[in-house]
Design a protein around this ligand. Structure first.
Ligand code: PRX
Length: 672
């Protein structure tokens, strides 16, 4: 892996290849001959209380895997870990790096984690939480998020993790849909040197839900109000619990977790994953794609509030018996090299992050990382959005030091685990290309769109919670009931490597986070003074894509744009804030009333608008163009003002120093 030219293929070095789990490309042939048999073979390496009696069943658009099998993912993480419990129990399972640099990192062994999980599982049982019940988890990146997820899994309770930066309203919608009985949250957490009061959002979020108890982890020590009927401290309820709890044998097709994600409409969808297939896919994709070896320290930077955090911060590394790292804070806090320091300090071997983070560090400049050798790093990963060629090359050179292959991994909340990427011991790697489908995955491209064909994969979704119609419409209507439509555009090169072009629906990937234009519009439209709105995604140098909003007010008022921003923050959270809000009189529509977001996009990017005669209100377009131009001109004027003012102030200061003779004191300057 030492040449560096755009568009070229890279192959792993012989050392990487020798160490890799998969060295022979015949694996693809073997898997494709009979994918069901192949996955069955892989599934046998996990511990099952009872083996399945049928490997795969397909009643389109529904499918099942390992029917009749009984499993618990936590037995496979702890006492029945495929690597052997005796071998791993004293090993560090989790390294936790808190945000404040004054606080010490925590290292938790598999044995300790197992005890913590069992104690909390017993405490949950005591609260009356039973197999099949739903529990909400609204926690930051602290060890208890892992403990809470695993404790639910231990007793067969369905967890639904809600990203801690989501607003109380987002939490409420999810808790209402799952009808969760219990919510697990924290007093607060650290973000950019400040404490975020999570309990306050949780209190708002549980209103008008079926949540009976709120369990609060004491993390930041901020003052919180406790409701004596409802709230319980985490540390108090686990204090006297036994450190063993029997694992609940779960049917392979029982629901394991529900994770909400943005679809093409405003309402988030509860993606349902099941116990057996998810465990198999999480175990094997991690093992083969990241080449997990006994002593590895793996850092997946994703928050468990997202699917990447579920599968690759928590479940996959633990199933593989290696050490996973979790960092509480912001990547560049308190200094831009915090991540680099963390990689060095904890001797991270495999680093897995999103292109947004890569672009952000790239912008800080190469000097930032020059002093870091990253001696322990041997593999890099990318996920969540397309990585462009130049960021790929920067990542490869400055972080991987031209030594580490990059696995660009394509997958979705719905797929549960990675489906497309080249394997580290085989390659080939090509900048901006995810690569080949994982062995046993039948991926195809139909009219430029990526689809997955039967038998799909064991870890893929089984439905949308309480909404079969949405499931059928979203994934199984574009190409028929037996073709899974990913909503991603894709191409394939002559080597068969797949490149993901991006979403073809209304989903935006903002800094790798999945949001829809529909949910943002719904949030905006709740404002009493808004008639209608349209949100589009425009490309952004760092975040990949950012939202821009067009709003039509009932009456124009001065602070409307600010109010709209506040409204979005309240309804969804700060990650969904539009970069710009344009107040307009009307939105371009077809005669049937559909808003033409495509035209708005072209106005922003100053592209040719083409034929507008099919619009019901073509005159709206010129007016919007004027608003946008005025705004863009306003921005340039503001920028020029800042430059002139700064230059003016500098000139005054230099003048003053000159007149007082101070400058003449400085050696080498203005000596005459
Ligand atoms: O558009 C694809 C993009 O992220 C979408 C899925 O988002 P989410 O469900 O939030 O899961 C993200 C993490 C698995 C996909 O439909 N995406 C994900 N990985 C890649 C990607 N786009 C390009 N390259 C990738 N490696």
């Amino acid at each position: 892996m030492n040449m560096l030219k755009k568009g070229e293929l890279y192959y792993p070095s012989s050392t990487t290849r020798k160490k890799a789990w998969v060295k022979n490309k015949n694996i693809y042939q073997e898997a494709n001959k009979d994918p069901v048999l192949f996955w069955e073979k892989l599934a046998r390496e996990l511990f099952w209380f009872e083996k399945w009696n049928k490997a795969f069943e397909h009643k389109a658009p529904y499918f099942k895997w390992f029917l009749g099998g009984k499993i618990n993912i936590t037995s496979n993480i702890f006492e029945k870990n495929p690597q052997g419990w005796e071998k791993i129990k004293k090993k560090t399972a989790l390294i936790w790096e808190p945000e404040p640099t004054t606080e010490k990192p925590k290292k938790i062994t598999y044995r300790e984690l197992f005890s913590d999980v069992c104690r909390f599982a017993n405490a949950l049982k005591k609260l009356g939480v039973k197999k099949g019940d739903r529990v909400g988890i609204y926690l930051p990146m602290i060890p208890e998020v892992m403990v809470a997820m695993l404790a639910c899994a231990r007793i067969g309770v369905v967890h639904s993790v809600v990203f801690s930066a989501f607003s109380s309203n987002s939490l409420k919608v999810r808790l209402q849909d799952t009808e969760a009985k219990v919510l697990i949250t924290a007093d607060g957490y650290w973000r950019r040197g400040k404490i975020v009061d999570l309990k306050q959002s949780a209190d708002e979020g549980v209103k008008e839900t079926k949540v009976e108890k709120v369990i609060v982890v004491k993390r930041a020590g901020n003052n919180v109000s406790l409701d004596s009927q409802k709230d319980l401290w985490f540390h108090e309820i686990v204090k006297n619990e036994k450190d063993f709890c029997e694992a609940e044998p779960m049917d392979a097709e029982d629901t394991f977790f529900i994770l909400y994600t943005s679809g093409s409409t405003g309402k988030p969808k509860g993606v349902v994953h099941t116990c057996g297939g998810y465990a198999v896919q999480a175990y094997w994709t991690g093992k083969w794609i990241f080449d997990f070896q006994g002593g590895d320290i793996f850092w997946c930077t994703s928050d468990p509030g997202w699917v990447t955090g579920h599968t690759y911060t928590v479940y996959s590394p633990l199933l593989n018996g290696i050490t996973t790292l979790m960092f509480e804070g912001a990547p560049d806090w308190p200094k831009p090299d915090r991540w680099a320091q963390t990689i060095e300090k904890h001797k991270v071997n495999i680093f897995y992050t999103a292109p947004t983070a890569i672009r952000m560090f790239e912008k800080y400049g190469a000097a930032l990382l020059k002093k870091y050798k990253f001696k322990n790093l041997r593999l890099l990963g990318s996920v969540g959005e397309p990585i462009d060629e130049s960021s790929w090359l920067w990542y490869f050179t400055e972080v991987g030091k031209k030594r580490c292959p990059i696995v660009d991994t394509w997958w979705q909340t719905e797929t549960g685990g990675i489906l497309i990427t080249s394997l580290p011991g085989l390659g080939p790697f090509k900048p901006a290309f995810a690569g080949l489908a994982f062995p046993g995955v039948q991926a195809d491209i139909k009219n430029g769109n990526l689809v997955i064909l039967p038998p799909f994969t064991p870890g893929m979704l089984r439905g949308i919670y309480k909404n079969p119609q949405k499931y059928e419409e979203t994934y199984w209507s574009s190409y028929g009931k037996d073709v899974y439509f990913t909503s991603d555009g894709a191409t394939r090169d002559k080597n068969g490597l797949i490149r993901i072009v991006g979403r073809v629906d209304d989903v935006l990937k903002v800094a790798g986070h999945r949001l829809t234009t529909g949910e943002m519009e719904d949030a905006i439209n709740l404002h009493p003074n808004i008639t209608e709105s349209a949100v589009i995604g425009v490309s952004d140098e760092i975040k990949g894509e950012v939202p821009v909003a067009f709003i039509v007010p009932k009456e124009n008022s001065q602070n409307l744009a600010q109010e709209v921003l506040a409204q979005i923050k309240k309804e969804i959270g700060p990650i969904a804030l539009p970069k710009q809000v344009f107040v307009v009189d009307d939105l371009p529509k077809t005669r049937s009333g559909k808003i033409m977001r495509r035209i708005l996009k072209k106005i922003i990017s100053r592209e040719d608008l083409g034929d507008l005669s099919t619009l019901a209100n073509p005159e709206s377009v010129e007016k919007i163009k004027l608003v946008v131009q005025k705004n863009q001109a306003g921005f340039i004027i503001a920028l020029l003002n800042i430059i002139f003012i700064t230059a003016g102030i500098a000139a005054i200061i230099i003048g003053l120093l000159w007149s007082t003779g101070v400058l003449e004191q400085i050696p080498g300057i203005f000596k005459h």
